[in-house]
Design a protein around this ligand. Structure first.
Ligand code: ADP
Ligand code: ADP
Length: 231
């Protein structure tokens, strides 16, 4: 089954920009799917359509086989919890500790205090930040901050992780470390990953399949070695 599927999705913004223009793609459960393309190609809009922050102008977005645009807010909420997201600038709460950041989505989900605490600690251990829970984001390196971002995204045990240029703000060595961690998230936790990036290294080291976007359209897609072997 596809964890995420787009069927002929278009998104037109007021003023007429078609940021996404007839995209179909299918992300199989348990795989890592990369979307690449230049700035303005429509990658962020595509991710926002998958997490429900934007509604498609036409076409449908399916999570686990369910068309999210056909669901009301009440039925959409539990489905959204199946999705975690990480960002280029980490988007941590500066006024909360590392533990507080990871607890946040668990509180929103209504997890009781003791269970949330145990889950948050366990998730911090998975990302290599055991013992750092009491620190604040500004006391951490960029790589550590993104590990907190990953822990926060995984705290509710989503099936899908969306990554928006997750390593673009990091130096090459830290990028390698975060990519290795994302590889473990996929293999050890079985989390499906859909990422957007403009960095080829990310695609080469992490992705099973890739789609290349230009002007809102997918112009190439397939397994990574196929797509990049083409002349
Ligand atoms: P990418 O992530 O590949 O850089 P985006 O999805 O951010 O591409 O943008 C695709 C196109 O849609 C660009 O032309 C951008 O200016 C436009 N766009 C994105 N968001 C909006 C918006 N909220 N309103 C109007 N135009 C937008
Ligand atoms: P503070 O005032 O503690 O710095 P903010 O409310 O300004 O916290 O949020 C810090 C960052 O977290 C911002 O970049 C914001 O976009 C991001 N953010 C806010 N809510 C969420 C959320 N639910 N999930 C992910 N990021 C969020």
């Amino acid at each position: 089954t596809a964890a995420v599927e787009l069927r002929d999705v278009a998104k037109e913004f007021p003023g007429g920009t078609r940021a996404v223009d007839g995209v179909s793609l299918s992300v199989e459960a348990g795989t890592v799917f990369g979307v690449v393309g230049h700035s303005g190609a429509g990658k962020s809009t595509l991710l926002r359509l998958v997490n429900g922050l934007e509604e498609p102008t036409s076409g449908s977005v399916l999570l686990d086989g369910q068309d999210i645009s056909a669901l009301g807010e009440r039925r959409l909420r539990p489905l959204r919890r199946e999705i975690g997201m990480i960002f280029q600038q980490f988007n941590l709460f500066r006024s909360r500790t590392v533990l507080g950041n990871v607890l946040y989505p668990l509180r929103l989900a209504g997890t009781d205090r003791a269970a949330a605490r145990a889950r948050a600690e366990e998730t911090l251990e998975f990302v290599g930040l055991a013992g750092h829970g009491g620190r604040y984001p500004e006391q951490l390196s960029g790589g550590q901050r993104q590990r907190v971002g990953i822990a926060r995204a995984l705290a509710t045990r989503p099936k899908v992780l969306l990554c928006d240029e997750a390593t673009s703000a990091l130096d090459p060595q830290t990028t390698g470390e975060v990519l290795a961690l994302l590889g473990r998230v996929n293999r050890e936790l079985g989390v499906t990953i859909l990422l957007i990036t403009h960095e080829m290294e990310v695609v080469r080291t992490l992705c099973d399949r890739v789609a290349v976007m230009e002007d809102g359209r997918v112009v190439e897609s397939g397994e990574v070695y196929e797509v990049f072997a083409r002349p």
